[in-house]
Design a protein around this ligand. Structure first.
Ligand code: FAD
Ligand code: FES
Length: 342
């Protein structure tokens, strides 16, 4: 069994145990302590902390979540540090909104099914012995053979007693993690750690839900849609599902949405292609342009301000969506839930 150390949060006095092979952030969340985070993979910097006492080891020295000023001040990333001794830490933010509803746990999942959705997007289904407990829109960390550091992937399904964790993943050219993933065979087992993430479906909201996904951001949006139709208290809630892809060969998601009750009625699929030449060459007669522009073009401004938004995808898309919703249209920030794929 791995050795464990005690970590104390200076501001709140909360104390938790962290295994020597676990990160300070994840061990805190497992223990129900509200430490701030977003990406969990060293990219965003939301988990920064000062080390007040003790020693830690940094797993990824060059992680982009720290800027030169942070490094000069000796700041560290909770998602990239494992303890070497008992520690006292001072996180930038300690807030109850980060206390997980379902505590993340580590387990080995067996790959039980693989399905190609496009030429470079694939669905992976892993099975665990225990029920899969997570909220629609959350993500997990996948530890892949021979790859430094885990990779974050959003689940595309919803909680289930069968122990199924489903992911929709785009193969990134020269990406170390996706290369290892796309080499996995049915029957292989990998370590999975989750759930994480705050961009999950708010089930007490009855406003129209607008999902905005781009490319590999399909998975959590599909999970939100599946969660919404399964939620007894949301049966009257409308869903507008915007999905942006480059060309016709990159488009997916419609078959999965069609399988849901209410498709074509309270549930609309609104795709757009951003590459006008590829769209024309492929005989595409639907919308062309960036997906955030489609949202504005297809929903009147006064209605947009009355919707609940979930968005997920590459940082450039998230920035454009945030600029439009928060900046231009002044949608209240508590109605916009997003994960940026740093
Ligand atoms: C919250 C979240 C959810 C995501 N969900 C999805 C999804 O549903 N589908 C999807 O296709 N993609 C998703 N991504 C993107 C995904 O995590 C990967 O970034 C992407 O697949 C590229 O990985 P790669 O290893 O192939 O590329 P690479 O370029 O090899 O790796 C990029 C990623 O690895 C991390 N990394 C690189 N080097 C190291 C190192 N030495 N130590 C530790 N970490 C390192 C980086 O932070 C970055 O996240 C998500 C990302 C985030 C943050
Ligand atoms: S949560 Fe640690 S850098 Fe993003």
């Amino acid at each position: 069994m791995s050795k464990a150390f005690s970590i104390r949060v200076q501001q709140s006095g909360a104390e938790f145990s962290c295994d020597a092979d676990d990160t300070v952030l994840r061990a805190g969340l497992r223990a129900g302590v509200g430490l701030s985070y977003e990406c969990n993979v060293g990219g965003c910097g939301t988990c920064k902390f000062d080390l007040v006492e003790g020693e830690v080891q940094t797993l990824w020295e060059e992680a982009p979540g720290l800027n030169p000023r942070d490094r000069q001040r000796g700041r560290l990333l909770g998602c990239q540090c494992v303890p070497l001794t008992d520690c006292v830490i001072k996180p930038m933010i300690v807030d109850d909104q980060f206390v997980p509803v379902d505590a993340p746990r580590r387990f080995f999942g067996e790959l039980v099914a693989i399905r190609d959705l496009t030429h470079d997007i694939r669905e992976f289904v892993f099975k665990d012995d225990q029920a899969a407990d997570f909220r629609p829109g959350q993500y997990a960390l996948l530890h892949l053979p021979g790859v430094e550091g885990p990779r974050a992937y959003s689940m595309s399904n919803i909680r289930n007693a069968d122990g199924h964790w489903e992911f929709i993943i785009r193969k990134v050219p020269n990406g170390a993690g996706t290369a290892a993933l796309f080499d996995l065979k049915v029957g292989d087992r990998i370590e999975i750690d989750g759930p994480y993430g705050l961009a999950f479906l708010r089930t007490d909201v009855t406003r129209t839900v607008v999902c905005i996904g781009g490319g590999s951001g399909l998975a959590p949006m599909l999970s939100i849609a599946r969660g919404l139709v399964a939620e007894p208290g949301m049966q009257d809630v409308k869903l507008k599902f915007f999905y942006g892809a480059r060309g016709p060969q990159d488009l997916c998601g419609e078959d999965e949405l069609k399988a849901l009750p209410g498709f074509g009625d309270r549930l609309e699929f609104l795709p757009a292609l951003s590459d006008a030449d590829a769209a024309a060459a492929g005989g595409w007669s639907g919308a062309v342009g960036f997906i955030h522009e489609q949202v504005k073009a297809q929903i009147p401004t006064d209605q947009l301000q009355e919707c609940e938004f979930y968005t997920c995808g590459p940082p450039v898309m998230i920035n454009a969506v945030m600029q439009m919703l928060g900046g231009e249209l002044k949608v209240s920030p508590d109605r916009i839930h997003y994960d940026s794929f740093v």
